[in-house]
Design a protein around this ligand. Sequence first.
Ligand code: AHR
Length: 489
Amino acid sequence: MKQFRMLINAADTIGHIEPEIYGHFAEHLGRCIYQGIYVGEDSPIPNTYGIRNDVIAAFRQIHMPVLRWPGGCFADEYHWKDGIGEKSARRKMINTNWGGVTEDNSFGTHEFMTLCELVGCEPYITGNVGSGTVQELSEWVEYVTFDGVSPMAELRRANGREKPWRLKYLGIGNENWGCGGNMRPEYYADVYRRYQSFCKNYSGNQLYRIACGPSCGDWHWTEVMMQNLNPTQTDAIALHFYSIPDWEHKGSATEFTDDEYYAIVESAAYMETLLQMHTQIMERYDPENRIALVVDEWGTWYDVELGTHPGFLYQQNTMRDAMTASLTLNLFNRHSRRVKMANLAQAVNVLQALLLTEGEKLVKTPTFHVFDLFKAHQGGDAVYCFTENAPLCEGKNVPMLSCSASVKDGVLTLTAANLSLHEEAEILCDVCNLDVSDVSARILTQEVHAHNDFDAPERVTIVPHPAALQNGKLHITLPPCSVTAVTLK
Ligand code: AHR
């Protein structure tokens, strides 16, 4: 067992944790939307307007704050008018990015906005810049948000929705450096400026406009965006980063060696460098912090499960994913001065999913439970939290412990992950500037390969964990491969 001292200063605020940092992403990809979220009103699977009730309840459980849709790469081929009106008359299309399957457009704007209403989360729509038109995106905003008399508002009413919805988050394209058009940043910056000009604030609705940001460590992209985008026209730029040590050999989601575990953790920990570097570039052009960094795609990416469609990106989810999720969410909290939203890829049945479904069965993954443990951070103030540390393993510049703390309504939440596979960590934590009389903790811990499946859906789940106050200090032991949330009040 290793011993570490930790220090939290509840009065030293380092950022505000927007709930949207705990956001999610649902693309028309594989079984994410169809089967995963949407089964249609005639399905025997219990549903509301065709949306699975078990999925709605699970999303509500973790207080999902925002959901990004319809892609991903899919967004830059999506024509929203194909997804409204009488379902049988909706135009079908090829989903060229994801398996070449037929997309029947039975889940479209009305279904997505209804899903968000049922979940109680903000909708985040990504518009088609790569193969769409300015007019098309401009009309989508009008259709969704305009309350008066106009062609799009009348069309919406004819489709059964009298009142407009509220739409805050609007993405102007997705990965326009790649699947969204293979553009250079100098070109995209101008395209962005043009598109955003015609996305208007109607009827009291205020758009938060998100430009395509860099892939991973493309500092040049961020530099050019910051040189060319105006804070009065741009609220954020969006970084994408997946934890994949080797694109050619991604490896199995469930069968891996200790070294492969360390490689994924090291890859996920690279998020810190990305946040620091992109933030530094942004700081030079925008010291007033008017343009945010959002990370609207992140997560682990492995080989698909044996026997599943290679284009559907269906992977299992183990304690390894819980560890990388907690490491990443702690980083977002710690960088919450500039990071205002993040969206895990993806919500159901795709990549680092929260939920897996098979027919009427549903499984909550270890990653889901991490979001449950961390939800108390939403809307809190991130505060100074420092821990002594040790290297996770030889040869990797990754610490064994990851932590962050926040205060909300006088209650302090500490989340701490022990990333080691073998070493216990005993923590003695000083908490300054908070009167503490009560402490409680909940933990997610199991052997690193452990996962939930349809036969054993509760194998990995949150349980209470002992924590005590010793002479005013928090005393807690973190088992290897564990994520703990401590509440102090
Ligand atoms: O999340 C899967 C894909 O990864 C998204 O469609 C794309 O934006 C990214 O490359």
